[in-house]
Design a protein around this ligand. Structure first.
Ligand SMILES: Cc1ncc(COP(=O)(O)O)c(C=O)c1O
Length: 415
């Protein structure tokens, strides 16, 4: 067959996490035979089961008459009302359930369709619409932008700028790099961050809102990890808490990480009514919403004591796992200062040992030798090179086993 697929699709590979999984699957027999059966620390997917409460409510929902029929892309009224209540209780944010909230099949779907709704596709690189993305940042952003016919410009997140860069400075650098401001459609922020685990201050959120207002670009806040934090004083904020944010911002939320409901595929977008409406028009042509029974149990858990208790308990466990891994890497020679330990998420972001030229080389060696699945930092952008990401989501026995194997196999920082 001659090549009929479009240039954007031709230019991308299968998503990095699935490639890592495929490679591990291929190596499984060989690794198992040498006592190194794969340990999955690449994907950001909690392994603990969701709250019991969710399954109880799901079972109840299955016997509701007509539960099997199509929902609407927007989401059922009970779902939208539950989101409205959650946004009020958790962040003090007032939303109109009819015009400012829309259901999602996971936040990934929402991000991809929102990006698609913004970009005028072209393969002419000099004319492509631009979206500013965190670098390092969630690997899907750049791929979603690419397959929509646009291009991304990396906002460098560094230890020096405390992962909160001055956006006016970035704007000037972008112009020097040959991108004219009229091409920029939006900026994405993601706090707490994947892959860094970094959080930001409320003042920084205001800085970003002011910047997007001045430059007249949309602000997309990816809040997938907003409930994964370790200390109450570091509780992440919603962008919509900032006065006037609704003029320029939409925010993406997910049930995946806080309730370990990754496979349920549910989330929501909320914020600016015009943006939510444009997004909804596009989404309504490509999907027909989530299974009503899932919306029902998700709506119930969102404002329940059981849901909040579950989040508190799993955050405690994520903190313990984080320290288990950090202390293990310290024993392996990594110099990790207390102030550099993330306040949020289950991600651990560390430099690769100096004997490796690239992060890919390091993570491939660790997989082939020790059976540990890690993600090379380069997958998260230019500024991710030289680092790797580990998701401390496995059970403690596997995390201990990881450190033990790395020691036995000689993966010391300065070797
Ligand atoms: C930063 C970020 N945003 C969005 C997502 C998508 O999550 P979901 O589609 O499960 O809601 C992920 C998943 O890993 C993520 O890391």
């Amino acid at each position: 067959m001659k090549e009929l697929f479009n240039e954007y699709v031709k230019s991308i590979d299968t998503y990095i996490m699935f490639r890592i999984k495929q490679e591990a699957a291929k190596l499984t027999p060989e690794l198992t035979a040498k006592g190194r059966a794969p340990i999955a620390l690449a994907m950001g997917a909690p392994v603990a089961p969701p709250p019991e409460f969710v399954y109880d409510k799901l079972k109840e929902a299955l016997s509701i008459p007509q539960i099997h029929t199509y929902s609407t892309p927007k989401g059922e009224k009970f779902f939208l009302d539950a989101v409205k209540k959650r946004m009020k209780n958790r962040f003090g944010v007032e939303l109109d359930a009819q015009t400012e909230i829309f259901s999602l099949i996971g936040s990934k779907e929402g991000l991809a369709n929102f990006i698609r709704a913004l970009i005028n596709p072209t393969t002419d690189e000099k004319k492509q619409d631009v979206i500013l993305v965190p670098d390092p940042g969630y690997a899907s952003y750049t791929q979603m932008i690419k397959t929509s016919g646009g291009t991304s410009y990396g906002i460098a997140l560094t230890k020096e700028n405390k992962y909160m860069p001055d956006m006016y400075r970035i704007w000037e650098e972008m112009k020097q790099d040959g991108i004219t401001p009229d091409r920029v459609k939006a900026m994405i922020i993601n706090y707490p961050s994947n892959p860094l685990g970094a959080t930001c201050t409320k003042e920084y959120l205001k800085h970003v809102v002011d910047f997007c207002k001045e430059k007249q670009i949309w602000l997309m806040s990816d809040a997938a990890y907003c409930d994964l934090y370790f200390e109450d004083e570091n509780r992440p904020h919603s962008i919509l808490e900032i006065e006037g944010a609704k003029d320029v911002a939409v925010e993406f939320f997910s049930f995946s990480k806080p309730y370990s409901m990754t496979g349920f595929r549910l989330g929501w977008i909320c914020g600016n009514a015009d943006a939510v409406s444009a997004f909804g028009r596009l989404k309504s042509t490509v999907d027909t919403g989530s299974f009503k029974a899932l919306q029902k149990c998700a709506a119930e858990v969102l404002n329940s004591q059981q849901g909040d208790d579950y989040i508190a308990k799993s955050n405690k466990s994520f903190k313990e796992k984080q320290m288990l891994v950090i202390n293990g890497f310290r024993e392996l020679g990594w110099q990790i200062k207390d102030e550099d330990i993330p306040d949020a998420t289950f991600y651990i972001w560390l430099p690769i040992p100096s004997k490796y030229k690239t992060s890919q080389e390091f993570t491939s060696d660790v997989l082939r030798t020790s059976g540990i699945l890690l993600v090379p930092g380069s997958a998260f952008g230019k500024n991710g090179e030289g680092f790797f990401r580990l998701s401390a989501v496995a059970d403690d026995q596997q995390l201990n086993e990881t450190i033990c194997r790395l020691k036995q196999d000689g993966f010391y920082f300065n070797n």
